[in-house]
Design a protein around this ligand. Structure first.
Ligand code: F3S
Length: 66
């Protein structure tokens, strides 16, 4: 599974970081960054929850990637 964050959409709600700190972190401005482009298998469930919970729909998961 690959993860991508739309920087234009992200407003820094940080729900993704709270729900899945193994995949998401914040940059110096408080916006989300992905720690790696490919989500480790053990974090896939949390990554889906994080993507679903983002109010800006800024997180895209590619289930077929990686
Ligand atoms: Fe940004 Fe959504 Fe996370 S707005 S900080 S990607 S919860």
């Amino acid at each position: 599974m690959k993860v991508r964050i739309d920087r234009e959409r992200c407003q820094g709600h940080n729900r993704c970081v709270d729900m899945c700190p193994g995949v998401f972190d914040t940059d110096e401005l408080g916006y989300a960054v992905a720690l790696a482009g490919v989500v480790p298998p053990e974090h896939e469930s949390d990554a889906r929850d994080a993507a679903d919970s983002c109010p800006e729909r800024a997180i895209t998961l590619d289930e077929d990637g990686g």
